[in-house]
Design a binder for this molecule. Structure first.
Ligand SMILES: Nc1nc2c(ncn2[C@@H]2O[C@H](COP(=O)(O)OP(=O)(O)OP(=O)(O)O)[C@@H](O)[C@H]2O)c(=O)[nH]1
Ligand SMILES: [Mg+2]
Length: 163
């Protein structure tokens, strides 16, 4: 089982990666490139899942090598954890909508939830879930808030891959 952390640059993908994985992290370059890939593992039920910190991308129509790698990775993943910036929802959702058109199941981590609250940004999470048709879990990667809830909803998303 391969879980891909995908999202725009600087939205907290690596911070969430660190929350999900332990100390056994492998950093490598994507074959033939200088694009860095970080891989770790997390326990999901009684299985180990591979977690991959995919380079940030704004679109699945790649215009940079890093974005090309992101699109390549998408073909190899079983589930996408799409990290979005709650303070910049509109921009973030552009990629989300593109991901939803692909076959790989998606769960959304609505990160920077603390910043959004600070800025007085109100997001109706239930409504967003209904609109997108996938689970949405608010998270604060730097404190760990919401990570448990995100993880608890993963099995439901994973199940969709086999049905
Ligand atoms: N306030 C707040 N800051 C966060 C949160 N998550 C991440 N950050 C901060 O946001 C910055 C970017 O986080 P990263 O995890 O490096 O983001 P990234 O998506 O991996 O970025 P790239 O790999 O450059 O695309 C860092 O300074 C983090 O400490 C969050 O939930 N709340
Ligand atoms: Mg990163």
């Amino acid at each position: 089982m391969k879980l891909l952390l995908m999202g725009n640059p600087n939205v907290g993908k690596s911070a969430i990666f660190s929350r999900l994985t332990g100390v056994n992290v492998i950093v490598s370059n994507y074959p033939g490139t200088t694009v860095e890939l970080k891989k770790g593992a997390m326990k999901l039920g009684d299985q180990w899942a591979e977690v991959i910190d995919v380079p940030g991308t704004y679109t699945l129509e790649p215009i940079s090598r890093a974005e090309e790698v992101a699109v390549e990775m998408l073909k190899k993943g079983d589930v996408v954890i799409n990290v979005v910036d709650a303070t910049n929802l509109e921009r973030s959702l552009y990629l989300t909508l593109q991901l939803l058109e692909r076959k790989t199941p998606v769960i959304v981590a609505l990160n920077m939830w603390d910043e959004a609250k600070h800025k007085g940004i109100v997001i109706d999470v239930e409504k967003l879930e209904k609109l997108l048709g996938v689970p949405v879990a608010p998270t604060v990667a730097i404190t760990g808030e919401g990570i448990k809830e995100l993880v608890s909803r993963l099995p439901g998303v994973v199940l969709r891959t086999v049905t």
